[in-house]
Each structure stands twice: as structure tokens, then as C-alpha cells.
Design a protein around this ligand. Structure first.
Ligand code: NAI
Ligand code: MG
Length: 353
């Protein structure tokens, strides 16, 4: 039998609620006996920070390195500055484990109303591929570069684009496009205004595209792409973008599908040198934490992405179908127009497996 060791890091806020939901679905599936997951849960996050002054222990990455995959909730709480919590845990894992491809499908579910008129999951189905290791989130820069006196502080935040980094995420996007019914890759750029990094991005895109003559391409400025997500989403299949651009566009995509709470994501180290990490796109949502109101669909969809990554594609599809069946039955949380709790949605998904 297939056995996998999974590290769970629920972290903060609704991260804990939705990770519990995803685990419940996975445990129901594994009870059928075709695969086995052995879980270890780590209490890292903002509470851990309050006690220890760090988001995760010094040897945390060494501990995680032995797992087959990481199942992550969300990090961030008002007691810790967001840049400290994000860099101290989630970005630390992504960057140290070279999870350079972040895959974020935009999924339209039956029974969930989209703000897009006439939106229909049958023809709206696209996936954002995010460069996850460099770009605008390379962490390069500094503050107080010049002593300019009170009120005159200066900060620089630089974006890093490498040919290797651009090429590998673009090849990943083209390979993904070849597995989909619409073979198309849309590259998101801003090379009109950002004449160094984004022009390199465009050059690499043209070069890589030449190796995939069977895949249609387009190159679209990020601001125009934001409009296109709303006005012509049926024209999209795989959208490849830099770290910041894809971060913003994938939130827009999930909002168009109906809620940020629906969106799943995979942070992949495609070479398999390190474990990959699976998490909902949303954050810790302090405004609704502890109320049992969190939509677990993004976390459950991330659990399905994890199974697919572990080679359990049929099981992953069963989870996706069970989620669609639950939303079609009207079992939905508040954010998507329903009144069900996190646990009720989770139970409906389990019942539909
Ligand atoms: P957020 O995603 O936590 O919440 C934005 C809005 O969407 C809120 O109104 C929230 O109630 C709603 N929402 C999000 N997920 C939902 C779900 N599953 N069900 C129902 N409603 C949901 O983003 P926000 O408020 O900007 O950030 C809150 C904290 O989360 C911050 O500390 C931030 O740094 C952190 N964060 C962490 C991320 C991660 O760990 N990957 C990603 C984004 C934010
Ligand atoms: Mg985001």
C-alpha cells in the first residue's frame, strides 16, 4: 500500500479550522485502505512566536525535510507584524525548499454564484502558475539607506529576475498546458514600465514558447490581464506570472469564482529534492476566526492537489467531485451565500466521497 508521511502546520486563525477540515476528508478517504497517511502536526505560528520569539524552531526545516508533503493552513495574527510572520514561516519554507512553482487553479463550483454574469464552470477553468522563488518577493533591499532626517526615510525593495528562474516556471506552465483541453499559455508582463526584469521575462517567454509550437501563447500586461480576468475569462487556460503579479491575480480569480475561501494552491518543488507544500490561497481571516464560519473548500481542494502530487490522482478527483456535489446540494458557508458551518460543509464533502 502507498504510505505517506505528512506534516500538518495549521498555524493561525482559520488556518486551524480549515486544516482540520481537510484532514477529516483525507482521513475518510484513507479509511478505505488504498493509501495511508501518517500525520504529524506542528504548533508553529503566532502563538509559538509569543512563547519562543520565533515562528518555528531553528531546526524546523530539517524536521520537515523528511516528510513526503506539507499541509499548511495560514499564517498571520494581529499580535505579530505580518512581514515577520510570513517570512518567519511560510516564505521560509517555500524559499528554503525551493518550491519555485505555485499552482493555483480557479475553480467554478455548481451552486456557487459568481459575480461574473453568466459564469459557468463548464467553460471557465483556468490555472494561475506563480513564480514562487524570486521576482518581487526576493527579499532584496533595505531601509534607511540614506540619513535624510525625520520624515525622510528611504526604502528600496528590488525585484530579482533570473533567466533560470523565468525559464523553469515557463516550461512548467507549457508542460501543464499540454495536459489540459485548452493548450494555451498567457504570460503576464509589465515590460512597458519595468524595462529590466520584465523585458528579460518576455525574452525568455518567447524563447521557451518556440519549443512548444502546439501550445497557443499570448503576452498581456498585468493591468490588462486584471480586466481580462473579469471580461474574457473564457479565453484563459494557463496563466504564468511573476510572484507578486500572480499573487494578486489568483486572489482576483478566486473572488470571481465566488470567494477567496474556495481557492486551493500547491507550492511545488518539481524536482522532488524537498517536500512540496499545499495550502489554501486565503490567509488567517482574523475577522471570522473561531466562529466555525470558514469556508473549508480551498483547504480541501489543496488536500486533493496533495494527493495528486503523491500519485493518487483518482482519489484527488473523488475529493473534487465530492466538493462539487456538496456545493450543488446547497451546503455552503456564508461567504458563498449559504448558512452552513465549516463542519457541516466538511461532513457533506465526506458523505459525497
Ligand atoms: P484573508 O485571506 O485572511 O481574508 C480576506 C477576507 O476574506 C476576509 O474578510 C476573510 O474573512 C475572507 N476569507 C478568507 N478566507 C476565507 C474562508 N476560508 N472562508 C470565508 N471567508 C474567508 O486576508 P487578510 O485579511 O488580508 O489577512 C489576514 C492575515 O492573513 C494577515 O496576517 C496576512 O498576513 C495573513 N495572510 C496569510 C497568507 C498565508 O498564510 N498564505 C495569505 C494571505 C494573508
Ligand atoms: Mg495572496
Amino acid at each position: 500500500m502507498n504510505e505517506f508521511r505528512i506534516a500538518a502546520i495549521p498555524a493561525d486563525g482559520i488556518g486551524r479550522e480549515v486544516v482540520a477540515a481537510g484532514r477529516a476528508v483525507l482521513d475518510a478517504l484513507q479509511a478505505e485502505g488504498r493509501f495511508a497517511l501518517s500525520w504529524e502536526e506542528f504548533p508553529w505560528g503566532s502563538d509559538y512566536y509569543a512563547e519562543h520569539g520565533v515562528m518555528m524552531p531553528e531546526d524546523g526545516l530539517d524536521v520537515l525535510a523528511d516528510f513526503d508533503a506539507i499541509y499548511f493552513g495560514a499564517v498571520g495574527w494581529p499580535t505579530v507584524p505580518d512581514h515577520v510572520s510570513l517570512w518567519g514561516l511560510r516564505l521560509r519554507i517555500c524559499q528554503s525548499f525551493d518550491q519555485w512553482a505555485n499552482v493555483r487553479p480557479v475553480t467554478f463550483l455548481p451552486g456557487v454564484e459568481s459575480p461574473l454574469r453568466k459564469a459557468d464552470g463548464a467553460d471557465l477553468d483556468w490555472v494561475v502558475v506563480r513564480e514562487n522563488s524570486e521576482g518581487e518577493y526576493a527579499g532584496l533591499g533595505g531601509r534607511n539607506l540614506a540619513a535624510r532626517g525625520p520624515g525622510g526615510e528611504v526604502a528600496v525593495q528590488s525585484a530579482l529576475f533570473t533567466e533560470v528562474g523565468c525559464e523553469r516556471i515557463m516550461r512548467f506552465a507549457f508542460d501543464l498546458a499540454r495536459t489540459r483541453s485548452r493548450r494555451k499559455v498567457s504570460s503576464v508582463t509589465k515590460s512597458n514600465a519595468q524595462q529590466y526584469g520584465m523585458v528579460l521575462w518576455d525574452d525568455v517567454f518567447r524563447r521557451v514558447a518556440a519549443d512548444y509550437p502546439d501550445v497557443a501563447t499570448e503576452s498581456v500586461l498585468v493591468d490588462a490581464m486584471a480586466a481580462k480576468f473579469v471580461l474574457r475569462p473564457e479565453d484563459l487556460s494557463v496563466v504564468v506570472a511573476s510572484n507578486l503579479n500572480a499573487d494578486i491575480l489568483s486572489d482576483l480569480g478566486s473572488a470571481l469564482a465566488g470567494s477567496l475561501g474556495l481557492a486551493a494552491s500547491a507550492n511545488l518543488n518539481p524536482e522532488g529534492r524537498f517536500p512540496s507544500m499545499f495550502e489554501p490561497v486565503h490567509g488567517s481571516a482574523p475577522d471570522i476566526a473561531g466562529q466555525g464560519a470558514a469556508n473549508p473548500v480551498g483547504a480541501i481542494g489543496s488536500a486533493a492537489l496533495m494527493l495528486a502530487h503523491l500519485g493518487l490522482e483518482a482519489e484527488a478527483e473523488r475529493i473534487e467531485r465530492a466538493v462539487a456535489a456538496a456545493t450543488a446540494q446547497g451546503v455552503r458557508t456564508r461567504d458563498v451565500g449559504g448558512s452552513a458551518s465549516t463542519d457541516e460543509v466538511t461532513a457533506a464533502v465526506v458523505a459525497n466521497l
